[in-house]
Design a protein around this ligand. Structure first.
Ligand code: HEM
Length: 147
């Protein structure tokens, strides 16, 4: 079969700058691998603003902003659980679980870093984990005190 017959063009949500070309659509062929940059979408300053790296739950107080609503999403205008027919079916359970865990941790314990914040970075290998820069180990040194 002529390879071109299997091609279809899909509009991009945002135009994309590729070197000096502005791309408005891209063609995907059956069998192509597509990488979805979840972390980059969730932290894009164009979408979230200058404070895009800050932990600010209050940014959702008035709902999802128009720009964030343009991300294909099932939860909070983020790409965390993706979207569409293969989006995460466990996302409500995952969010509930995290809320319950955080509620008990914050209420019952004081948690401090046992290392300077600059010594920690996030590294991805299947999942993203905290890594100590100086020795490259996946760990998060903390001091937990019951309150
Ligand atoms: C923070 C926790 C979680 C995150 C960030 C997460 C994220 C995701 C993402 C991004 C996908 C889409 C994968 C893809 O399209 O290739 C997915 C799919 C899926 N997730 Fe989750 N997930 C989480 C927790 C859970 C839990 C707790 C369950 C079950 C109890 C679950 C069950 C599933 C299943 C079954 C799929 C496949 C859906 C399909 O292909 O139709 N997930 N998840």
């Amino acid at each position: 079969m002529d390879r071109r017959e299997t091609r279809s063009s899909k509009s991009l949500t945002f135009p994309h700058l590729f070197f000096s070309l502005l791309i408005f659509s891209c063609r995907i062929v059956k069998g192509d691998h597509v990488f979805i940059p979840i972390l980059a979408l969730n932290r894009d300053p164009e979408i979230w603003g200058d404070d895009h790296l800050e932990f600010k739950p209050e940014r959702w107080l008035d709902g999802v902003t128009t720009k964030a609503a343009s991300i294909p999403s099932v939860f909070a205008g983020t790409a965390t659980f993706l979207a569409g027919p293969h989006s995460c079916i466990g996302y409500r359970f995952a969010v509930l679980e995290m809320k319950a865990l955080l509620f008990h941790l914050i209420r019952g314990f004081k948690i401090d870093l046992d290392i300077s914040p600059g010594e920690i970075e996030a590294r991805s290998s299947v999942v993203t984990r905290p890594t100590v820069r100086s020795d490259g180990t996946n760990r998060l040194p903390i001091i937990v005190t019951a309150v």
